[in-house]
Ligand binder design. Structure first.
Ligand SMILES: [Zn+2]
Length: 325
């Protein structure tokens, strides 16, 4: 035991709680932020990743199920020893007691081969490992409207075009962390024609394209997610998977999917769906979407929907899958 380091253990003084989003899904419990680091209870994370933990009084061995690599942490020591790679500094020292394994988030990322991102405004810490299957996909996200075309208006004068772009950006970050190649048809407040959006998908050689919208209706009580596809069955399945995940994660009705002969779906060179993620004319949702977390949650739902679609392609009845190893 190294006596020159403070061994008082972690004292959660002045910490702030953050949500922990592991591989795009919110997990129980919470992380903590203090001046030194973002902290997480590493036990549930190791369990979800199938890692093997060897917890001694002062030494913790973490064997990653995927790589088979072992990382050794020492209580009170802000370094990790990566088997075969040497010593790596950590943002803070791991601490454990009473069944709680408090590690700085970068330690968990190192052990599991993940990336960590903190979104302070949304109050969420994202720990994401690449998904080998999702990493084969090239995905175009198309935020609806833009420029002189604001889409619908909600809340106290907020515009659909801005909400679409914000959620699209959140979804892009989640997908990229999972290893997918992602492009947005627009990254700023510009007006694009359906042909320009489709050209972007062609140029990017997208396998999937998702056009993202939000609905409004004169009756403010109307709620739900709905999806559209054009002709081809993979598009129907993609739309259904997205709408199902939105309904589940946001707790809103599933209004189903329909065929629609709209320009954006007709000209897409790949499997495509258009989603009307939610009715922002519903006052509770309109208020919620003023804050970053509900928008992040919607992006997580869309990620879930994409995963569901890509996962379904893995099983029997594969209609189409991107080339790859
Ligand atoms: Zn729209």
């Amino acid at each position: 035991m190294r006596q020159d380091l403070p061994m008082n253990g972690y004292r959660p003084n002045g910490h702030r709680r953050v949500r922990v989003v592991l591989d795009g899904r919110l997990i129980d419990g919470h992380g903590r932020l203090d001046a030194r680091a973002a902290w997480v209870d590493a036990g549930p994370i190791a369990f979800r990743w199938g890692a093997r933990l060897d917890i001694g009084e002062d030494v913790l061995g973490w064997r990653d199920a995927r790589s088979g690599r072992t990382v050794v942490f020492r209580r009170g020591d802000p370094h990790a020893e990566v088997e075969g790679h040497g010593v790596v500094p950590l943002s803070a020292s791991p601490e454990w007691s009473d069944g709680q394994l408090l590690l700085p988030a970068d330690a968990v990322a190192l052990a599991g081969g993940a990336t960590v991102r903190l979104d302070r405004r949304a109050g969420a810490l994202f720990i994401t490992r690449p998904d080998p299957y999702l990493a084969r996909f090239r995905i175009l996200i198309d935020p609806g409207h833009g420029g002189n075309d604001p889409g619908c208006t909600y809340g106290d004068g907020r515009l659909e075009k801005d909400l679409n772009l914000d959620v699209a950006r959140r979804l892009a970050r989640l997908l990229q962390a999972a290893g997918a190649a992602v492009a947005l048809s627009r990254t700023s407040d510009v007006e694009l024609s359906p042909l320009q959006r489709c050209a972007r998908a062609r140029q990017f050689q997208a396998h999937l394209a998702i056009s993202l919208h939000h609905n409004a209706f004169w009756d403010p009580s109307l709620q739900g997610a709905e999806g559209y596809f054009y002709r081809h069955d993979p598009g129907r399945r993609l739309a259904a998977s997205l709408v199902g995940a939105l309904a589940r994660v946001l707790g809103i009705p599933n209004r189903g999917v329909r065929e629609a002969s709209v320009g954006i779906l007709r000209c897409m060179p790949c499997t495509a769906a258009l989603v009307e993620a939610a009715f922002v004319s519903e006052p509770r949702l309109a208020r919620a979407f003023a804050h970053p977390w509900p928008r992040t949650k919607e992006a997580m739902a869309l990620l879930e929907g994409i995963r569901g679609f890509c996962g379904a392609l893995r099983g029997d009845g594969v209609l189409w899958a991107p080339p790859g190893p």
